[in-house]
Design a protein around this ligand. Structure first.
Ligand code: SF4
Length: 125
């Protein structure tokens, strides 16, 4: 099995609030028995968009042996859940990717989505 970056969930810290579920565009994280779980490791691409939203610091990215990320598995997983993707929103205006283009950005340890309308304000202050 290859070594790669993948999310690690500290179950001692996790409160099961569910905030990390929607930032995961691949649907890799679900709440199971009151705790966040990576339901299938091949669904996690290790991008870390879940990390910044966790209020208790239960999420980190680590490098370890894990099945390779599989886009095919993601498509199958989302189809089985009756979706083709989980809608993400701009952290500034709340604009949905169904209506606006979103780009990933990092700020002070958080992974965020920003829409192209709000991006100039971030660039120019
Ligand atoms: S955001 Fe953090 S505390 Fe909430 S469910 Fe996810 S890992 Fe658990």
């Amino acid at each position: 099995m290859p070594k790669r970056q993948i999310v690690r969930i500290d179950e001692e810290k996790c409160t099961g609030c569910g905030l990390c579920v929607s930032p995961c565009a691949e649907g890799a994280i679900q709440i199971v028995d009151g705790k966040a779980k990576v339901v299938r490791e091949e669904l996690c691409d290790g991008a870390g968009f879940c990390i910044g939203v966790c209020p208790v610091g239960a999420l980190t990215i680590e490098e370890r042996e894990a099945p390779a990320f599989s886009e095919e598995a993601v498509h199958e997983h989302m189809k089985n859940r009756g979706k083709t993707y989980i809608t993400q929103t701009c952290f500034r205006c709340g604009g949905s990717e169904d209506r606006v283009y979103l780009m990933p950005c990092r700020y002070q340890g958080e992974s965020l989505w920003v829409c192209t309308r709000c991006l100039p304000a971030l660039i120019h202050g």
